[in-house]
Design a protein around this ligand. Sequence first.
Ligand code: F6R
Length: 603
Amino acid sequence: MCGIIGYIGEREKKEFLINGLKELEYRGYDSAGIATFKNGHISSYRALGKLENLIHKTDLFSSDGFGLGIGHTRWATHGKPTEINAHPHCGEFSHIIHNGIIENHREIKKNLLSKGVKFLSQTDSEVIVHQFEKFISEGMDAKKAFKNTIEIVQGAYAILLITKDEPDTIFFAKSRVPLMLGTNRKKEKFMSSSDAPLMGHATEVVYLEDGEYGWITKDEISIFADEQLVTPKFITLKKNKIHAQKNGFRFFMEKEIYEQSNVISETFMGRVSNDSIELEELNNIDFNNIDSIKICACGTSYHAGLVATYLFERLSKIKCQVEIASEFRYKEPLLDKKTLFLSISQSGETADTLEALKIAKIAGLTSLAICNVDNSSIVRLSDVTLLTRAGIERGVASTKAFATQVATLWLLALYIGKNRKTISKEKMRTEIEALLRIPSVLVVKNSTHEKIKRLSKRYLHGHGFFFIGRDIFFPLALEGALKLKEISYLHAEGYPAGEMKHGPIALVDSELFTIALMPQTILYDKIKNNVEELSARDATILAISPKKLNLADDFIKTSNQSHPMSEFFEMMIIMQILALEIAVRLGNDIDMPRNLAKSVTVE
Ligand code: F6R
């Protein structure tokens, strides 16, 4: 996810901005840039890749003395990670940096193009600076032009803008993406997307609310909402940097669990309208010419793939198989050119998935990647990519990467269904309604977390866990078991609930913990029977369900959802938190569990 920094004052701006961007590196990025403004002149530098490249490029540049500056690290979502797409984006006399996604950028761009405006990048962000300058050319002053621009853009944004029209000012706006302002005794002014870069510099900060915008000069901070001036609520800035990077959470994994509601909104952004799914990346694939899908992935990504097999067959009415990439590689697979090859990978660097993709390419299959990292090896090799937009994931145990993979696959299933005309208008509408509810389903309730924390103390021993579920809740059970294994080091297995009686039931006794995923929207009575079979043999049962189950030893009540995917995402979070709290009680390293690596680039 992108990072933003801004400054007004006497310091060496280049140094301050680049040091600030270093503090935001933990958010992940693929390019970076700065622009400074002094004595009527804007100097702008951008570089692809690590900050070192930007430092190298700005080696001979200095910007001391009073002035202002803005800096940005970019995590590509619209347009490839290239220098041209890096921020700041410039018009003729203004520069902007932007985090988030401008959902209506196409309409704005079309309108500006028709008026002769020239665009340089493939980003959605560039429309902001051109729209702003367009308003100025129509006679507005900078403040009015900025306000009008903010009224036009829709979506998520944290924006900083500088312009020669108001040389002492940084304009800002915030909606659904974090942005904070700060100051200190020397009256320096700071802007940032998180606390870390401002620590040791700003003493007081204000966290902007959605819909707020305004401007800052060395003497004043003016914040508006609904055209009214807002009195900023400054608070003292805390001092612990690592704590700040974790946004106050104990672990990166915990922060990433809580972030899921926001990042999934980014996954959907610009791709979902009231009655349709638009995936412009796929415009060149003719889905009527494809008669099956082969998915290859590893670990958590494989589980997301397994969920997708249900969605593709059910919604898109297309045959679908998923294979573990390391198995696929050596099985001498028979491949058909009418099969779409779908690789799923958070990192885009997993060796087994990459090799599987190479096999599919050699066989002449069209390849589509579902990936979180643009320009990764898998993305570069694939014909097309859908980015999951989760932002960097620091916890080794994957959480938000999984959630956004499943969400992207759901979008894809609906998109293919639309193209193959296998989904009625009515069905599409209900699916989209359900989809748009997911961000709220993913908000973690304090009471739920507290309950899981308390329950976790009963699950620290025993001779193993069985996570059981049916349908899409079977891959979810696999994922729940994997999360627990990874960070608690306890033995756990995911199993299809109906399959327990075909062998594993022999293991059942009171020291075998069963985590039963019991949604009300899919096969509730069937799974209830399976749970009864286990209970009859004295298994200890933790039921996760909206319906109370008397024979369960423990019970986590979920909300009354009407769509299986809502139940899916709610139960996913519960299992992530359960794994986390058990591992915390066992005193394990949550973010860096033993023996595991974030990116597995070896066979
Ligand atoms: C589990 C986990 C791993 C990865 C697997 C594939 O929490 O993170 O199982 O899912 O190593 O990695 P990617 O998705 O990067 O291909």
